[in-house]
Design a protein around this ligand. Sequence first.
Ligand code: SF4
Length: 394
Amino acid sequence: MNKTLYFTIYFQKYAIELMAGIYLHIPFCKQACNYCNFYFSTSLHFKEAFVERILEEIPARKNYLSNQTIESIYFGGGTPSILEAHTIEEILNVINKHYILDSVPEITLEANPDDLSKVKLKDLRKSGINRLSIGTQSFQDRDLQFMRRAHNAQEALNSIQSAQDIGLDNISIDLIYGTPTLSKQAWEDNLNTAADLQVQHLSCYALTVEEGTALFHQIRKGQVAKVNDKLAAENFKMLRSWAKDLNWDHYEISNLCKNEKISKHNTSYWKGEWYLGLGPGAHSFNGKSRQWNKPNLKGYIDKKANQIEIEHLSLQDQYNEYIMTGLRTKWGISTEQIENVFPNFYPTFESKLKDLDTEMFNQEESIITLSEEGLFYADGIAAHFFEINEETKR
Ligand code: SF4
């Protein structure tokens, strides 16, 4: 099948409409959390030069999305709430001038609790932000200190309540489980606090230890306990049953919402929609390839040569990605889709499906989703289906 036909089918099937997203990477943080391996700088020295550069990059990249309507804009980082509200507004005005926006685009700002005074929140709301993703991580001081977060538990509570007081009604909070300082009871308390606060969305991540992070070195030197995978699995199990009891929609392994307030932006990644990434380290995707600005703030500001890298996605890459992302969601993967879009891979897929323990998945007509048991092995099950040698399939 030629690629144009492939993408036509792909988007007809997966994107409800042809909608796209814009991601802006704001690479500044007040301090480094011990587990973090995102691209950021704790020096604000180049903040103004960065803003000038991103205001230039917005119009310069306007053809990347081929005039698709922008349904979501996402300020991620780093810590985007480090920017002043008037700067956010300026960025949104330039996007509005050069792109076609949906009537009410979802506009999310990742924010840290210690940045969210009531005045700042009011200004952010005026600037056009209609969704906050607050980096709460925990409501326990011991846990926040372990992670070297810049805020404390009281600030976490205050930031959420202040955001609600000024009328923001689409608030997501991040929570991390599996830290050595978080007991099972404390994890349940964190979840219950989030529910009591009536936030609309939760992103819950297991603590992972990435090479090169402060946590990696702390563990290697024996300064802190190793991360206990068994505890993280128990925490995830609790999350599943808690979500069921309180009627949260656990629509993706790490994401839950109430009242259908899914994250439109993140869902667009899982559904194969296009997105444009602006700022150093930001990734873009246009169906055919993935490209990214190198994670180099100075190189980005100075417009140095070779600051963009591109990876052309083979059919095999696209198939593997479809399996990997689809199995993490409640929408699952479609056997019919695989047969139509990836016919060369379908016979192997079918035989691998027969090999898979039936307790690991549910099948309703052509849709396959992971079972309660299967969710614990999502990565392994996706790997079971992966194609690893395209040459033999062509
Ligand atoms: S605030 Fe976020 S991006 Fe910054 S160091 Fe902490 S986890 Fe990383």
